[in-house]
Structures are given as structure tokens and as C-alpha cells.
Design a binder for this molecule. Structure first.
Ligand code: PLP
Length: 372
């Protein structure tokens, strides 16, 4: 393998247990496994979480939910994003819970559920200030009443999403929660309420309601400005050097020759590029670990490869393993660090990791499964 992602199932179990302990027995940890489980491979990642007893899952597209069903996920799956009425039959056939924003979608779900002699579950999302998705408070009350009348349809959940969850000042969550509480008071018959992502769940005990929607924290990456209950990073990205070459002082490397050797140097070729989700912005900025020692990335990141300076690492040769993300002995590179170096956020670093990288699921140092 040129490069691969390692998913530490022990760390995942630890994080799941830690979050459950922190949230308490009355609060579900809803595993958010959208976007290929933030790069970890949704099918296997979710299957492991189901084995660990996670009671609910959430994704953003209906197709993601259907893929999880095909992967053997039998627990409830909430689609957090928008769905069309045309999605109703497949959602009902797969027992997927949609976020319903219109009577038209509710009617389509009700019809599909009646035809299949099932009950379609839906959640209503209140837009309390993020102004991204959902319906207004008044619309939620009207829609709730209308959906309540439809046969074979059950409004199970009421939800919202916070705008400033991981900002230094998250006090806008109070404003949002006050609106959410109004909606809940006017729709008291809707039993399941959820408002918190990882940051809100960790920072605000009062906003946990019946379930918290956690993606990032399950990966052991703590959102900014949030307390760390002792989570451990789950993902590592490693590669084998494809070549180690000598360059003379003054010679440049990679497109545009933006890095020039100040001394006779050895450069190692890492077979990972921006097509794999390793950001072009990391060129001349980031570093990787070899034998727990940092080696700077030199020159531009290409689509499939980039270079590192291994002049001070005589043991680095073709085939040597380097760590781009995760622990290497006592050293480590965090998603936060890579995010800072590439001008983005940790969620983006993980979710950008692409399909070409094989996923290795590791337990107690042994590879349990590999998915392409
Ligand atoms: C992605 C997402 C989450 C999970 O957020 P994390 O910060 O990764 O825990 C929760 N809720 C909604 C609506 C989301 O889109």
C-alpha cells in the first residue's frame, strides 16, 4: 500500500464510552456518520458503533441512510438534511427517519407508509437562528399540527442546530434555545428533542435534551473552546516513501520550484496528494513524522504526491513509513494542527480524506478489516 488510513477501534470504543458517561444514561449519543463518517468509512465505522450499543445514527442525505441499511445498520437513522417528496418511498422502505420541512413531503411519506403498511417517522427542524435549514417557529407549529393528522406518519422528533457552538462566545445558543423551548412548549406531544452537536453537548449540559448529535467527538477530536473529557484520536494517515532523492544546494522541488534547497539535501516523495484530501495549502507549511521526528513538507502539494525534507534522516529510504496524521511513537500530528496549517477546520481535514485511501480497521494492533 502506498498510503492508508488507520481507524483505531479501541479509541472509538473509548470515546463512545466516555461520551455516554459524560452525557449520562438519559441522553442518547446519536452518532453522526455523514460524509463517509468524516473519512473513516461510514459502513464499517457505523457497524462498529452499533456493536458498541449506539442507539441512533444520523446522516445528511437519504442515500447515505440507505447505504447504512445495506451495511447492516438496523438502529434508527435520522436524515438531518433536506429530502424531496420523491425520496419518500425509499426512505419508508428502508425505515429511515426524515427531517420533514413541508406538508407535501409529509403527505408523500404518509402515502408511501400506508402502501407498505408501515409508519413513517419524521423530525421537525426549527430554524432558531442559524438560517440554514428548517422552518420558523410558527411554521413548525402549523406543520406539526398538519403532520399529526396524517395516517401512518408519526412526528417523533423536534430539533434545531446551533450557530456558535464552538465559538469563544456561544451565548447565542441561549437565544436559540429559548426559541426552541417555545416550539417545544407548543408541540408538547413530540417526544424526542435534540439540539446539540459535539461542542454544544460538551459545553452545555442544559441543551442535551433526549439525544446529542456527535460526529467530531467520536473521532476523538475536540471542537474549539470545548472541554475534553479525555477523548482519544481515532484516525491516523500513513504512507510509504515512494522515492528518496538527492538535490543540490539551490535546486528546487515540485511544481513551480517554490522550495529551493539551502544545502545539499535529501527529499522523500510521499504518495499522497490533494486528490486524497491532503490540502494543497499545506505545501511548504505542513510536516510529517518519520521515526517520531518532524520532517517539513517542501514545495507544492501535487494531485497525487508531495515532498518532504529528510536530509537529517539518513534512515529514511524508499518504503519507509511516514505519518501524516495521528500518533507516531511519542509524537503525533493532530487534525487541529493540520487544519491550522492549511487554513481550515478539523472537520474539513477529516471529511476531505478521499476514497482512494484504503481504510484499515485496527484493534489491539491487529488489522481486523480493510476496505477500499
Ligand atoms: C454534522 C452535524 C452534526 C455533528 O457535528 P459535530 O460537530 O461533528 O459533532 C450535528 N448536527 C448537524 C445538524 C450536523 O449537520
Amino acid at each position: 500500500m502506498n498510503a492508508w488510513i488507520e481507524i483505531d477501534l479501541g479509541a472509538l470504543a473509548h470515546n463512545t464510552a466516555t461520551l455516554r458517561e459524560t452525557m449520562g444514561d438519559a441522553v442518547d449519543v446519536i452518532a453522526v456518520v455523514k460524509a463517509n463518517a468524516y473519512g473513516a468509512g461510514a459502513a464499517r465505522f457505523a457497524f462498529e458503533l452499533q456493536r458498541l450499543g449506539v442507539p441512533r445514527f444520523a446522516v445528511v442525505w437519504t442515500s447515505e441512510a440507505v447505504a447504512l441499511r445495506e451495511a447492516g445498520i438496523t438502529k434508527p437513522i435520522i436524515v438531518l438534511g433536506h429530502s424531496f417528496p420523491a425520496d419518500a418511498p425509499i426512505a419508508v422502505a428502508n425505515g429511515v427517519t426524515l427531517t420533514c420541512h413541508s406538508l407535501e413531503l409529509g403527505e408523500a411519506l404518509s402515502r408511501a407508509a400506508t402502501a407498505l403498511e408501515r409508519t413513517a417517522l419524521v423530525h421537525i427542524k426549527v430554524d432558531t437562528g442559524l438560517h440554514r435549514f428548517g422552518v420558523t417557529l410558527d411554521e413548525a407549529v402549523t406543520l406539526g399540527g398538519q403532520l399529526h393528522q396524517l395516517p401512518n406518519l408519526l412526528v417523533e422528533g423536534l430539533t434545531t442546530h446551533m450557530a456558535n457552538a464552538d465559538e469563544p462566545d456561544d451565548s447565542f445558543a441561549d437565544t436559540q434555545d429559548a426559541l426552541f423551548a417555545k416550539a417545544a412548549a407548543r408541540l408538547p406531544w413530540i417526544p424526542y428533542r435534540h439540539t446539540a452537536n459535539s461542542a454544544t453537548a460538551l459545553r452545555r449540559e442544559g441543551l442535551r435534551y433526549q439525544g446529542i448529535r456527535s460526529g467530531l467527538a467520536l473521532h476523538g477530536v475536540v471542537p474549539p473552546n470545548s472541554p475534553n473529557p479525555g477523548l482519544r484520536p481515532v484516525l491516523a494517515l500513513r504512507a510509504r516513501l515512494a522515492r528518496v532523492a538527492e538535490v543540490e544546494a539551490g535546486e528546487g522541488v515540485s511544481y513551480g520550484l517554490t522550495w529551493r534547497a539551502e544545502r545539499p539535501s535529501r527529499v522523500g516523495l510521499v504518495p499522497v496528494g490533494y486528490a486524497d484530501g491532503w490540502r494543497r495549502a499545506l505545501g511548504n507549511m505542513g510536516s510529517v513524522l518519520f521515526n517520531s521526528v518532524r520532517c517539513p513538507m517542501v514545495g507544492r502539494v501535487c494531485m497525487d504526491q508531495f515532498l518532504i525534507d529528510v536530509t537529517d534522516q539518513p534512515a529514511a529510504v524508499e518504503g519507509s513509513v511516514v505519518t501524516l496524521l495521528g500518533a507516531d511513537g511519542a509524537a503525533g500530528i493532530t487534525a487541529d494542527e493540520v487544519a491550522a496549517e492549511s487554513g481550515t477546520i478539523s472537520w474539513d481535514v477529516l471529511a476531505s480524506l478521499q476514497a482512494r485511501l484504503p481504510r484499515l480497521y485496527v484493534r489491539d494492533g491487529l488489522v481486523e478489516a480493510i476496505t477500499a
